[in-house]
Each structure stands twice: as C-alpha cells, then as structure tokens.
Design a protein around this ligand. Sequence first.
Ligand code: DGL
Length: 269
Amino acid sequence: MTATILVFDSGIGGLSVLRPLQARCPSAAYVYVADDAAFPYGGFEEQALIQHVVHLMEDLIGRLSPDLVVIACNTASTLVLEPLRARFDTAFVGTVPAVKPAAASSRSGLVSVLATPGTVRRDYTRGLIEAHGGDAAFTLIGSARLAALAEAKMTGGAVADAEILAEIAPAFVSDGDRRTDTVVLACTHYPFLRAEFERLAPWPVAWIDPAPAIARQAAVVLGEAGVSGDGRESTPGLAVFTSGKTPPPGLRAMLNDFGLAVADAAAAG
Ligand code: DGL
C-alpha cells in the first residue's frame, strides 16, 4: 500500500522540504497543501493560529487520511505541533529552527536565526536556544517581508536586491573580533532566495537549511511504507491551495516539476 504524506505550509515555501522528502521517501504519494487563504502566518496571534491550523487539519486529515503530516513551516511548527499531536492520532513531523547544528558548526560563536516575526517570538524558539545553543550567541531576526518576497520570486515576479538586503542585513553582526559565520534559514520560504542571500551577504556565511534533516526524520517515522520501491513508479501528487485560486502558469509549471497537479477548487474545500 502506498503511504500518503501530507506536506503543509502557509504558502509555497514548504516545497523546499518536499524535494528532499521525495528523494528519501520515493514511493509515497504526496499531497502538498498551501494555506494561501491565510498567508502569511508570520503576523498571526498565537491562539488564533493554533485554532486555525487545528481546524484546517480536521478537514484535511478527515478527507485525506494521511499516514504522515509534515508541517513544512517553522511559524506553525513552533506553536501547533503539540496541540496537533494531542488532537490527532496521525504522525506529525515538524520544521523548527536548526539551532543545534548551527551552534555545533559555528566557529565564531555568532549565529543568526532568520525567521518570521512569529517564529522569533515563540517560547519554543527561545527554549531551543537555551537547550541546544551551547555557548553561541544568537541573534534572532523576524522578517515580515521575506516570505512574500520569496513567493514573488517563485511565481516569476521581480524582487529588488535592496529589498532583500534590507531584510537580511540585521543578521550580520560584528563585535569587533568576531562576526556572524552561520545563519539558520528558519522559514521554509527562504531557501528559495538562497542565491540572492549568498550574492548580497555583507560577508560569506554558512546557511543552514533543515530540510534534509526533516526528510530523514520523516523516513524514520514512515518506515518501510515510504522508502520501499525504486521510485520509478512514483504516484502522481496533488497540490491544494486553500483559497481555491488557480496558480499562475509559472507556478503550475514548478509544481509540475515536483510531480504535483493542482487540485480543482472543489478539492481545496
Ligand atoms: N514558510 C513559513 C515558515 O517556515 C512562513 C511563512 C509565513 O509567514 O507564512 O515559517
């Protein structure tokens, strides 16, 4: 039996997690859900976001009965994983800031976390740094603009370098002797701007993307059901947009590249 993996994000940034997932779990069937009706999540009040995501999952899990749900969104995972696990028997894998590997690999000890305003406000994120940040000094940057800029780029729009630079500049800290050498990409949209980040960065840093680790974890949770098969007969996937809007042609082509056909408005619920 083919396992079904539901990959969920507020928008299309979660596709940065889908690619390594597909490589790790080639025989799974994928349903990618973009909650574009509520995008962005970054500015949501916490209680409102919990209620919103739990409610949406009731519908999605009820209709799709996935074997695994991957919350490919830091802003949601740092808040709703616990309520989701309490409410559903389904297995969940979340996406949270990669604090531990960043602290372990930084040589200067100055690490920045580039996220949404919601993710940097979370107790969960502070807790991660306390538990796994070691001796590194963390700078948390909550950008209200970058996720939308990433979506603009992904859907074929032009994004000005100056706009991107203004958002990432605060992540580059120097205290005289030392400077930031590691930046955690703590929003799944940001890997899609990585080339721009590298080009515009005031100095070179290591950019940490947690997606391969999430895919590894998903494969462990799913076990044989996801990894068996040779991947050649991969099941066609589906992309669902909660707004029911038809994505522009450029995005459709990109989704196609991921093996995803766009669900019609009725399937979006
Ligand atoms: N992709 C989401 C994340 O990983 C955030 C985008 C948004 O603000 O909705 O945090």
